[in-house]
Each structure stands twice: as C-alpha cells, then as structure tokens.
Design a protein around this ligand. Sequence first.
Ligand code: NAD
Length: 460
Amino acid sequence: MAGTKTDNLEGDVLISYDPSNGEMIGTVRKTSIDELEEKVRTARNAQKIWSALTIDERIDYLKKCADALRGRAGEISELLSREMGKDLRRSTNEVRSCCDDVSFKTAEIKEALKTRVIEGDGMETQIQYNPLGVCAVIAPWNYPVSMGHWLIIPTLIAGNTVIYKPSEETPLVAGAYVDAFNEVLPEGVLQIVYGDGKLGDALVRSEVDLVAFTGSRETGKKIMTSAASGLKRLIMEMGGKDPMIVLEDADIERAARFAVASSFENAGQMCVSTERILVDEKIADEFEELAAANVQRYKIGPWTDPEANIGPIINEKQRNKIISHIEDAVAKGAKVLAGGTDHPPRYVMPTVLSNVTQDMLIWQEETFGPVACITRFRDLDEAVRLANDSTLGLGAAVFGKKDAEEVANRLEAGMVGINRGPIGIGDSPWAGAKQSGIGYHGSPDGHRQFTQVRTITRRK
Ligand code: NAD
C-alpha cells in the first residue's frame, strides 16, 4: 500500500495519512531530545505555579478547557475521523464525551483528593494527597482524543504538569486537542511532544516523576524497563484478550448481537473489545447462526460514507497481523461463518469464526481487528478455565441467568459485565488484571494514584 502510516517514521517530520486511502493529511515536526529536555524543565517550573493554585482554581481552568474543546468539537471530530478512520458519529461521541465528563470527573477527583483525618489515642493523622510533579502521558491511536484525556485530567487536577506524547499515528488530532486546552491553561502546564517509540522512551527516561501510559503490553514492558533506573511511578493500561461467556440460559439473540458488536467495535481496534466468545455447546448451533446473521448490520467504508460502521485498519502492519491471525485459524481448523480471508485493501472484512481453539494465534495474541471468534464449552468449569487462559485480563462479559454471577466472580479480569459489556458505570475504576494493567485510573483510589500521599501525625 503506497502512503501508509508504516512509512511515517523516518526523517524529522511525522507524516499523517488518511488510513482509508493513504492520502497525506498533514505533517508535524518531530520533537528533538534537546527540545524534550527543555519542555521537561519548563514543566517543572510551571508545576510550582500550577500546584500553588487551589484545587478549585485548577478545576475552573479545566472546565474552561472543556468549553474550548467543545467550541472546536466539529473540526476536531472530523480530523479524528480522517486521521484514525472511524466514522464521524463515533468521533463526535469521543470528543463530546471528553468535554462532558470534565464536570463530573473533576467533582469526583476533588472529593477523592481531600485530606482525610484519622483520630485516636489523643493523636491525629492527616492523610494528604499532594502533587507528584511532572508527569508523562503516553497514549495510543485507537481513541486518540479520549485515551490521552482520561489520563491528562486526573494528572492536572492533582497539581501536576503534563508532557503528552500521543501516538505517531494520530499526531494532528492530539495536537488540536492540546491547542484547545492551551487557549486556556497557563504556559507549560500541558505540553505536547511528537515522535515515535524512541521519543517515548526518551520521555520515560527524562526527569519526569510519573509515567501514565495506555498502549500495548509489549510497549508496557519496555516502559517498565526504562523507568526502572529512576524508579519512576507507573500507571499502565495495556492490551486485552477479553472473553465473553454465553451460558445455556442466556438470551441468545441479545448475546449474539452483543458478541458481534463488541468484536467489531472501532473495527475491532478497542482494548475492551470481545476477542474470544465461549458458548455452551447446547446452544452453540443457534448462537453461531445468529452471530453470522448479525454481520449483515456491518458495512466497511471510509468515514465519509454515512452508512459505513467499520472503518479501515490503522496501518498495513496491523492489517497484516489481523489477516495472519484469520489465516492461521482457518489453517488449523476454524470455520468461516461470515467474512473470511478475502479483504479489500486497507480494510478487514467483518468476520465470524467458529471452532476456534487454544493452539491458534487468534486465541493466544491480541488481534485488534473485526473478528468474532467462537469456541464451544461443555460445562462451567471448562468455560472459566478457557476464559482465564490468557496472560491478559482487561475485561470480560458473561451472558446468562442462574450461574452468571458465580462465573463472573471466577474470572481473572479487571472489569466484568453481566449481560452487558465490562465497563463500569459512573466513577468506576478502569482497571486491568494480570498483564493488562499496572495501577489504574478512575474511582477514588484511581485518582489518588496521580498523587504523592503524605501523612502528618501530631498529638492533639
Ligand atoms: P503502542 O504500545 O504501540 O503505542 C502506544 C504509545 O506508546 C504510542 O504513543 C507509542 O509511540 C509509545 N511508545 C512506543 N514504544 C515506546 C517506548 N519504548 N517507550 C515509551 N513509549 C513508547 O500501542 P498502540 O498500537 O498505539 O495501541 C494499541 C494498544 O493499546 C493495544 O494493545 C490496546 O489494547 C492498547 N490499549 C489499551 C487500553 C486500556 O485502557 N487498557 C486502551 C486503548 C488501547
């Protein structure tokens, strides 16, 4: 494929391409190591002023940032679609939700960071949640506005300043987001740097105090290694291989619709998409038929096609990986119920596979593509054993009635949904188990991870 994002890594500029057609959208100059170090020094100075504000003053700034983002939401949503490939409805929802969640999140974070007091034996201990200093936020491309935003908001409210490195695949939309915030924020509070993994590594090794990262497990391992010499604080949200279990007494139609929708969401390029569907063998024939029929609801196409709901795959490397997973599965005995191995350039056909087994790549590795993979189980113990057969443990879902809760309680995942997707409501933690997460964000405990706790104890 000419003009794909895999060739945007050489030279001094990042070239951003439209993944649906390879056309160049724009360029941005890469940040040099000297510039990075200068930005970290600027952030260090700005942090002294930013942390001296009250939390209410910082929240006030962030609410105005949300207003500035809202004012540019149309333009930024369109850029998101062009650069990442998802349809405009999804991009608009992503940007709007970032604007809207500021009010709600800021209130929850303020509450979580209040000083707490323990009294006893004529003594008093204050538990304070103080700023850490300068924080690196490193983000992926699949939700190129919200993934950075989710980490930037708690970091800033806690009184830290941020150096933000977005993905090299989506630098322009990340830059537009930061520009909107910087219409409001004091200088040096939120700075962006542009580059690939090499710059990300330099950022982790620089004089930052916390690295808040969302991305793949492989990069997470590298970040942990690079952060080790400085014993940097880490919050890492990584990949998933989410199972969905469909029990014998599940609402089969609903389960089949969810299975396909969750496997295909964002063209499968979503960390909490369903990657493995485990179905009780007693209902499997009917479930498979319904799942395959559901594929009719999906149409591949660019964001400019109002009927398309599955966009292009972000780059050729990722597309090749998905296709190789499908081909490997078929070679090892998986049956193609819909879609298949014939894919137009830049896209992967929405595909449903049955007979997926543990020896297949598509079982073992995160696929990150629009593929629904079905495996049959005989009893609950086998369902749980299969679901937990992964070193990743981000989300999981159980569909069924009588045994659904018992099964949910046995799953090794940070977020589990019963008869729905795994994401919690309100200010729930966004947390991964096993190699999907180190630390987490969301919820009072999550917000406090962006702070340095300090106790002060005295006699009363
Ligand atoms: P990635 O790990 O390739 O890149 C993520 C970011 O890390 C990018 O900005 C990249 O430039 C940077 N990076 C790369 N090498 C680095 C290094 N050595 N040091 C520091 N930074 C480095 O991930 P991706 O392909 O952008 O995103 C897809 C992955 O993200 C999937 O695995 C997906 O599951 C995961 N993800 C997880 C969540 C979650 O909440 N758990 C959310 C979204 C995406």
